[in-house]
Design a protein around this ligand. Structure first.
Ligand code: FMN
Length: 184
């Protein structure tokens, strides 16, 4: 199946995960950066992935979805976010993290995706630009009382291949349609 994997990636982990996914999905897969705005019209399956920054997908992926809305209509799509907190927590009546990061993008798609989820990413302090390093230092200071940003990886090829296998399974089913929400 002709597949286009569009990745919004600042430090490369989403791109790497996109390549792992392509490996599992088979040969007819193209992995592209969202900045390049690749044309999705000839692809049968479009996979949209983004690193998560400050609780959201990168703006370039949102822009891609907005610009490609007509071409994405009726197509099979998949959404994945790459984050450190892939599970999220429920505090004060609200979900923080996890699905909360990617639901706004899912809701912007003209046709609901056949699969979606969060995959583990990484933070490598040596790669960060000044703004991100300073932002994270403040965050770690607030959380743990220390400024040091530790190297942390949750990248897991097996997790990515399991996700790709789920995509292959879902391809066998019809595209989901949005269910009307009562009272809206
Ligand atoms: C400035 C900054 C903010 C981040 N914000 C979040 C966040 O809100 N939630 C989260 O789970 N991970 C967060 N992360 C971790 C990233 O999602 C993770 O590093 C991911 O692998 C980045 O993907 P990329 O390398 O493709 O850009 C943040 C990382 C940085 C550097």
């Amino acid at each position: 199946m002709k597949t286009l994997i569009v990745c919004a990636s600042k430090y490369g982990s989403t791109l790497e995960i996109g390549r792992w996914m392509a490996e599992r999905l088979g040969s007819d897969c193209l992995v592209k950066r969202a900045e390049d705005m690749p044309d999705p019209s000839s692809a049968e399956l479009i996979i949209l992935g983004s690193g998560i920054y400050r609780h959201a997908v990168l703006p370039v992926l949102q822009e891609y979805v907005t610009r490609s809305a007509d071409a994405l209509k009726g197509k099979k799509t998949v959404v994945f976010g790459v984050a450190l907190d892939t599970r999220g927590v429920f505090i004060n009546g609200k979900v923080h993290g996890g699905w909360d990061y990617i639901l706004p993008l899912i809701e912007r798609l003209p046709t609901p995706p056949i699969h979606a989820g969060l995959l583990g990413g990484e933070i490598n302090p040596d790669k960060l630009d000044t703004k991100d390093r300073e932002g994270l230092k403040r965050f770690y200071k607030m959380l743990y009382g220390q400024e040091e940003i530790p190297y942390k990886t949750r990248m897991n090829k097996k997790e990515v291949w399991d996700f790709a296998e789920k995509v292959l399974e879902r391809l066998e089913r019809p595209i989901p349609t949005k269910l009307p929400v009562e009272g809206r």
